[in-house]
Design a binder for this molecule. Structure first.
Ligand code: ATP
Length: 251
């Protein structure tokens, strides 16, 4: 679904490649979390994948084809929901359809309403974003990402601003969405437990510059519930991942 082949990137103001000949591949329908310490370059990988940053070298393929010159090949959901406050929730959710320009206004509204119903927000299309709770806003933002129609979804710390209980229910909700829609999800998080609960395997950034992502399979099957986090092998892996990350943080 996604493949990096020897990809490098250097920010113009820096004198080194933060991404240095990175290669990795992601299978269709998988759910991978990327974990790594703050500032290691995780979001840079997303910004190159969605075309916001152009690699200095190497090739990025989505569904076997280079992303150069392409549009609408991945959906991107940032940490903040970025719903436009002056548009209704429905108009926000319909934005990808508006950009694609293929449907009438009435068709867009119907598709947005269906997408909102699918994420548990039936009837919320005419509300304004500030009338929704944090979790509801993130679900609306996810509905908007789904309406891009892309099979590859990049979710950059989407739940990090939510309180603990909302966050764990959103994780359960997202796994359910993933299992129903069979999209490929890459999800950046700082939270090792969140990564273990969601991922088929975790991609770990062990050092910067990023030359590789260490792929660590998660020893729990799907469908999952939170009790899997208590399995001895999951507890052991959690400690191992925390150790890996802590080694990179200088006190
Ligand atoms: N526009 C920029 N110009 C120069 N350096 C940048 C720019 N954007 C990011 N960086 C630097 O590149 C590094 C990687 O940034 P990136 O946002 O990819 O990290 P991250 O792992 O996603 O961090 P976090 O987990 O804190 O969001 C950081 O050190 C950051 O300061």
């Amino acid at each position: 679904m996604l493949e990096f082949q020897n990809v490098s990137y250097q920010y113009p103001s820096e004198d080194f490649d933060i991404i240095d000949h990175l290669s990795f591949a992601v299978e269709p329908g998988s759910f991978h979390c990327i974990i790594g310490i703050s500032g290691c370059g995780k979001s840079t990988i997303f910004r190159m994948t969605n075309g916001l940053l152009k690699p200095k070298a190497g090739t990025i393929l989505v569904e076997g084809k280079s992303i150069v010159g392409r549009k609408h090949y991945c959906g991107y959901m940032p940490q903040k929901d970025l719903l436009f406050p002056w548009r209704t929730v429905g108009e926000n959710v319909a934005l990808p359809l508006e950009i694609q320009g293929e449907l009438t206004r009435a068709e867009r509204r119907d598709r947005a309403e269906a997408a909102l119903a699918d994420v548990g927000l039936a009837g919320c299309g005419s509300k304004m974003p500030d009338e929704l709770s944090g979790g509801m806003r993130q679900r609306a933002a996810f509905a908007r990402t789904m309406l891009t129609g892309c099979d590859l979804l990049l979710l950059d710390e989407p739940f990090s601003a939510l309180d603990f209980l909302t966050r764990i229910s959103m994780q359960e909700w997202l796994l359910d969405q993933w299992q129903r829609h069979k999209r490929t999800i890459l999800f950046i998080t700082h939270d090792v437990e969140e990564a273990l609960f969601l991922s088929s395997s975790v991609l770990v950034v062990e050092r910067t510059p990023i030359r590789e992502l260490a792929e660590i399979p998660v020893p729990a099957s799907f469908p999952r519930d939170r009790s899997c986090l208590k399995l001895p092998e999951m507890v052991e892996l959690k400690e191992h991942l925390i150790d890996l990350l802590r080694k990179q943080v200088t006190p």
